[in-house]
Design a protein around this ligand. Structure first.
Ligand code: GDP
Ligand code: MG
Length: 388
């Protein structure tokens, strides 16, 4: 028999953000190294993080590196992204799913344009807790670093983060990677700040169960299995669920994570659900498994959308009412009609509001992120502001 999965520590999703070259990837590597030396994780070198393969997980190209580690009290999945456009896409669509963020600011350079933009994005997508890593502190002059700290606290306050109480930890990712004891200790202090300052997002566990289907498989002799990440709620073997999109009511007869059976899965877990009596071809990627009656699908919504600039791989020409691209919402891919209101246009690089009429009903709710695709590339990223 297979060994059951044992949940020993709460699981959180965090990530580094901040201006290019301020040291996000170096710091990510340093965190894994320091924790590996403490015996709680595997060291992931800089090159493995920075050259993460492009992931096509949602049908959209996502440049995102995942590393995993544990502190004394928690298990973390940590994401690091290579470029500014990747932050815009992953944060706005919610693909990054951050419960908290480490804002990396170079003590030598201070706040730069992408520092401010990532703080703004974090606020927009509901990242409520930020810890600051004042990086390159090995090379900075102390008085200048004090000034940078003040400036960062002000920036955070101006975006509603309560900059006076946000932990700001002076670190050197580079020196910690080299094994310098002083800076190794600073990484420990940063992780302590994350452990204590970023709370567990418990609300997701208590909400009605919801899992967007990523994949469907058949296990001979057992039936149809759907896989995906639990977006919210909790599920146990024997629970009733409905599959939205397939119009199927069924019962979960088996539950696994990474090949290990589990008694209960909860928000944040990646799982496989065995569904009783569901034919293989009834369920598809993009369908939603949910607690019965907990969501009502709809096709009209309002949204705030960032139209990617040409330099970010977006369009070179504006869009107007009548535009009909594909919308990637959770794992679904649906065509939609865009209405910008009258003769308004949205130029590449603009952030605009729009209403959308989808080609079919999908579960929608305010705050839900999505991507807009056209001819095989991402041209926009948005957030649902109202449904109906
Ligand atoms: P990213 O673009 O934010 O991911 O930045 P990188 O991690 O790629 O680092 C950019 C540059 O800054 C590299 O040359 C690093 O070696 C350097 N760097 C990163 N962290 C530190 C640090 O703590 N101290 C110093 N002196 N240099 C650093
Ligand atoms: Mg990087």
């Amino acid at each position: 028999p297979k060994t059951a999965y044992v949940r020993t520590k709460p699981h959180l999703n965090i990530g580094t953000m901040g201006h290019v070259d301020h040291g996000k990837t170096t710091l990510t590597a340093a965190i894994t190294k320091v924790l590996a030396e403490r015996g709680s994780g595997t060291y992931v070198p800089f090159d493995r993080i920075d050259r993460a393969p492009e992931e096509a997980a949602r049908g959209i190209t996502i440049n995102i590196a995942h590393v995993e580690y544990e502190t004394d009290t928690r298990h973390y999945a940590h994401v690091d992204m290579p470029g500014h456009a990747d932050y815009v896409k992953n944060m706005v669509t919610g693909a990054a799913q951050l419960d908290g963020a480490i804002l990396v600011v170079s003590a030598l350079d201070g706040i730069m344009p992408q520092t401010a933009e990532h703080v703004l994005l974090a606020r927009q997508v509901g990242v409520d807790h930020i810890v600051v890593a004042l990086n390159k502190a090995d090379a900075g002059d102390e008085e200048l670093t004090d000034l940078v700290e003040l400036e960062v606290r002000e920036l955070l306050t101006s975006h509603g983060y309560g900059g006076d109480s946000v932990p700001v930890v002076r670190v050197s990712g580079l020196r910690a990677l080299e094994g310098d004891p002083r800076w190794t200790e600073a990484i420990g202090a940063l992780l302590d700040a994350v452990d204590t300052y970023v709370p567990m997002p418990e609300r997701y566990v208590d909400a009605p169960f919801l899992l967007p289907v990523e994949n469907v498989l058949t296990i001979t002799g057992r039936g149809t299995v759907v896989t995906g990440a639990v977006e919210r709620g909790t599920i146990r073997v024997g629970d009733r669920v409905e599959v939205l999109g397939a119009a199927v009511d069924t019962v979960v007869t088996g539950l696994e994570t990474f090949g290990k059976p589990m008694a209960e899965a909860q928000a944040g877990d990646s799982v496989a659900l065995l569904l009783r009596g569901v034919p293989r071809d009834a369920v598809r990627r993009g369908h939603i498994v949910a607690a019965p009656g907990s969501v009502v699908p709809s096709r009209r919504f309002s949204a705030q959308v960032y139209v990617l600039s040409a330099g970010e791989g977006g369009r070179t020409t504006p869009v107007s009412t009548g535009y009909r691209p594909q919308f990637y919402i959770r794992t679904a891919d649906v065509v939609g009609d865009v209405d910008l209101g009258g003769s308004a246009v949205a130029r590449p690089g603009d952030t605009v509001t729009m209403t959308v009429e989808l080609g079919r009903d999908v579960p929608l709710e305010p705050g839900l992120g999505f991507a807009i695709r056209e001819g095989g590339r991402t041209v926009g990223a948005g957030t649902v502001t109202a449904v109906g």
